[in-house]
Design a protein around this ligand. Structure first.
Ligand SMILES: NC(=O)c1ccc[n+]([C@@H]2O[C@H](COP(=O)([O-])OP(=O)(O)OC[C@H]3O[C@@H](n4cnc5c(N)ncnc54)[C@H](O)[C@@H]3O)[C@@H](O)[C@H]2O)c1
Length: 345
């Protein structure tokens, strides 16, 4: 197991490791001699050879981000007689990482948390940064906590079983990170290694995951609590994406596909305002296109789309502020006129 780096969110430290196989992670947790409770879902349980008593298996998908799952985890921890010195390990996609993190932050007012992300989205996004959440009253991520994992284990070979749809979902965030990176290395990797990326070549995926997570690390370390506007840059494309997901009733578009479309809309808006460097925008749009994202989709229900934008919880005051990129790694938060929005969607 290779120690990659420590990520600091204020005083909280997440140590990030690269593992070649899941067994190495299991052995490391065993060696810590802590009581361990693994949280997985009905898919990822198949990749996890630990005793049943040490496992909570949740239903796969967003449906599990609920109080009941938190109770299930706490009940299993009590059965194990786990104290605050025990460790909850989330082994799954973003859903499992979010619930395991939330439960760990609640159990005995906070026990140790480790995460083993198993989807591309969770490896490059959900597993680092300390945000945990469950959905209640039908509202996504309504209740949560800030609780960074103490240990994060990246194991890219786990991606080999990921369905294409889930892989593409994560890729939308990776391309977004490439735009936010201070240099163009991640973009070059996406451009030059497309075939290897799409054929899930382990070595190239390893490079991709590490480079993408590094971009997120850079933003969250400089603004852990989203107070000075830097962490907000990670919302690039998300305001447009949320409105598209709402109009599509949350089922027609995967989140990554919506983020890809939304990022392209933000780039087009930036170019129209002469804020975004044109060659930079065109290069990014070409990369989204080359991976097959539907970036030319035209919204037919304009009124509903605008209403959904209004409802976006990230609005500040009465106006919604969009992340608009200037050039590689440099963005700004900006209000957009309704007429411009209508013309680009
Ligand atoms: N906390 C954060 O900062 C943050 C950031 C982004 C997203 N999220 C959250 O992440 C969630 C979405 O995460 P997701 O896209 O990973 O979804 P997910 O966790 O539902 O996983 C998607 C599907 O892939 C399956 N799966 C997981 N690993 C697999 C593997 N290795 N092989 C085969 N199948 C596998 C799962 O069982 C599931 O069916 C959302 O709830 C979102 O709110 C959180």
């Amino acid at each position: 197991m290779k120690h990659l780096y420590d990520c600091f969110l204020g005083e909280k430290r997440t140590s990030v490791y690269l593992a070649r196989q899941v067994d190495d992670i299991i052995e490391t947790i065993k060696a810590s001699q802590k009581i361990a409770l693994w949280v997985c879902d009905s898919t990822t349980t198949n990749f996890l050879a630990v005793p049943e008593i040490n496992k909570v298996v949740l239903e796969s998908g967003e449906i599990s981000k609920k109080w009941d799952s938190v109770e299930q985890i706490c009940a299993a921890a009590v059965r194990l007689r786990m104290g605050r010195d025990g460790v909850v390990i989330g082994f799954g996609g973003g859903v499992v990482c979010d619930i395991a993190g939330f439960a760990a932050s609640m159990y005995m007012r906070g026990c140790s948390l480790a995460l083993v992300p198993t989807t591309l989205l969770a490896m490059v996004d959900a597993s680092l940064g300390g945000k945990t959440a469950i959905d209640i009253f039908g509202i996504k991520n309504l209740v949560g906590s800030f609780y960074p994992a103490r240990h994060l284990y990246l194991c890219p070979p786990l991606l080999s079983s990921l369905p294409v749809k889930e892989f593409i979902n994560g890729l939308g965030e990776v391309i977004k990170h490439a735009l936010l990176s201070p240099d163009s290395r991640l973009m070059e990797l996406l451009e030059t290694k497309k075939n290897k990326i799409l054929s899930l070549d382990t070595m190239v995926l390893q490079e991709l995951v590490i480079a993408s997570l590094e971009v997120k690390r850079r933003y969250i370390e400089s603004d852990p609590r989203e107070e000075i506007g830097l962490r907000a840059m990670l919302n690039l494309g998300h305001t447009f994406a949320h409105a598209l997901e709402t109009v599509g009733n949350l089922f027609s578009w995967s989140h990554g596909e919506a983020v890809a479309w939304g990022t392209v809309k933000a780039l087009q808006a930036g170019v129209a305002l002469r804020v975004t460097d044109e060659p930079y925008a065109h290069r990014a749009i070409a990369v989204f296109e080359s991976y097959g994202f539907d970036i030319h989709h035209r919204v037919k229900e304009t009124k509903r789309f605008l209403e959904a934008l209004e409802g976006d919880k990230k609005r500040s005051g009465s106006s919604i502020r969009f992340v608009i990129m200037q050039t590689q790694g440099k963005g700004t938060l900006q209000h957009l006129d309704q007429s411009l929005i209508i013309s680009i969607i």
